[in-house]
Design a protein around this ligand. Structure first.
Ligand code: AMP
Length: 464
């Protein structure tokens, strides 16, 4: 199937070709014809499926007859309203609208909170046909009378589940009440809880349900592996993996804002180019970090789930879970950053012994086994640096020395399982070592069982 078969305008087809897309993704193949015919859509689609173009392309096509170059704001009323939960997502969608509409004379802009409203006021007052907004800031604009929704023909609720999670339901209801009765509605959500169904029931009319991937499915093109590691060895292992695998671009997930900031600082201290984005950073700081990441100025972006939600970084090669998420669905969202639109990707998870339960929950949800791999010298109970493979301890000497003396002081009873010498797990490759499987050091040092006696296995994980 090609994009030509939808009957899209040549200006739109040109923009698609310039993006390098040759054929529609499954969600696009299903959604574009329905939207072009004016139907409502209830789309079960996650980020990474190409859903943005799935609704943006037909919206632009439907708005094309209204395009004009008049300077009068009255000739540019808001005709399509796209609501999203986060500023990052709003910016990404706005970028897509601008990209796909670059050969049309259709104005679009993006309004979101956390930044000065004045520049936004100027733009929206001048008139825009496509308004991409987060709900709270849109209501600010409505209050300031900079936006009138009286001529909206199309409403898109994107990432609806996350909007509800973030408490936007009352705002959405207020906004929907201001829209004309006669309009087209598109709702996209990764999950369909009863609450989402209720929301959809109140907004959509005879929607066509479009589902492209089974709920909570992870892309087959993503190689998923998990390293067992003692909690306080995680950051050393992370540095080791980044260096060993020559990772040039990865998003690293941490569960807490503090952990995110600390980890980014640690990586920087180790000479890696890293930055953090989390809820305590200003919008300006987050955008700067994201742009640096996109341009390759920084290689590692450490993020919390909320801050990373909706980041669209094309061809992201690698996602690392420094902490496993406690909600299994977040794992699916996280690793959805890689392997997009059929591309290959790596999803690497580090798990401390007390996090294994989360890994098992994730496997149940995605109905896939995640390959357990071991990095020699970093497994739980093997944190005595003298026995590490590859001379890694030299690079991290200070930290490791402090760490091991701490551990000796806190020596505790160790589960006999950890006293066994290292053996590759059944899941680890046997005949031909894969990239994930760490190679023995050049000296071939095998970790003696005694190393485990010094390990911090039974220690409580340090707070991140
Ligand atoms: P989305 O799910 O909308 O966030 O899109 C995921 C990624 O897929 C984005 O980076 C898009 O640029 C890309 N993409 C969207 N449609 C296509 C397509 N038909 N072919 C190749 N890549 C696409």
């Amino acid at each position: 199937m090609s994009f030509d078969s939808f009957g899209l305008a040549p200006e739109i087809l040109r923009a698609i070709a310039e993006e390098g897309y040759t054929e529609p993704t499954p969600i696009q193949a299903q959604a574009i014809p329905v939207v072009l015919q004016g139907g409502d859509v209830m789309g079960a689609a996650q980020t990474g499926t190409g859903k943005t173009a799935g609704f943006t392309l037909p919206i632009l096509q439907l708005l094309k007859p209204n395009q004009n170059a008049s300077p009068s704001p009255a000739r540019h009323p808001v005709r399509a309203l796209i609501l999203l939960p986060t500023r990052e997502l709003a910016l990404q969608v706005a970028e897509s609208v601008a990209t796909y509409g670059k050969h049309l004379q259709i104005r679009s802009t993006c309004v979101y909170g956390g930044v000065d409203i004045a520049p936004q006021l100027k733009i929206v007052r001048a008139g825009v046909e496509v308004l991409i907004a987060t709900p709270g800031r849109l209501l600010d604009h409505i209050e300031q009378k900079s936006v009138n929704l009286g001529q909206v023909q199309m409403l898109v609720l994107d990432e609806a589940d996350r909007m509800l999670d973030m408490g936007f339901m009352p705002d959405i209801k207020r906004i929907v009440a201001l829209l004309p009765q006669k309009r087209q509605n598109l709702l996209f959500s990764a999950t369909f809880s009863d609450e989402i169904k209720r929301l959809a029931g109140g907004i959509l009319k005879n929607p066509q349900t479009i589902e492209v991937a089974r709920r909570n499915q992870t892309a087959d093109t993503v190689r998923q592996v998990a390293y067992a590691v003692a909690e306080d060895e995680k950051r050393n292992l992370l540095v080791h993996l980044v260096e060993e695998k020559k990772i040039t671009q990865a998003i690293i997930f941490s569960n807490t804002k503090l952990g995110t900031a600390r980890l980014a600082r640690y990586l920087e201290q180790k000479g890696l180019k890293a930055d953090a984005i989390h809820g305590d950073k200003s919008q300006g700081e987050r955008i700067i970090a994201l742009n640096k990441f996109k341009s390759g100025e920084i290689a590692l972006l450490v993020a919390t789930d909320v801050a990373a939600r909706g980041l669209d970084i094309q061809e992201m090669p690698c996602v690392i879970n420094y902490d496993l998420p406690h909600a299994s669905e977040d794992y699916v969202h996280r690793i959805g950053r890689t392997g997009r639109a059929g591309a290959e990707g790596d999803a690497i998870s580090l798990f401390a012994p007390d996090e294994e339960k989360y890994l098992i929950d994730i496997e149940k949800l995605i109905k896939k086994k995640i390959e357990r791999v071991a990095a020699q010298g970093y497994e739980p109970g093997a944190s005595e640096p003298a026995f590490r493979a590859g001379g890694h301890e030299r690079r991290h000497g200070r930290f490791d020395r402090d760490h091991s003396s701490r551990q000796q002081k806190n020596k505790v009873q160790v589960d006999p399982w950890y006293l066994k010498p290292y053996e590759p797990t059944a899941a680890a490759p046997s005949a031909e070592p894969k990239a994930e499987a760490p190679q023995p050091s050049s000296t071939g040092t095998k970790k003696p069982a005694i190393a485990a006696l010094l390990g911090g296995m039974a220690r409580k994980p340090t707070a991140q």
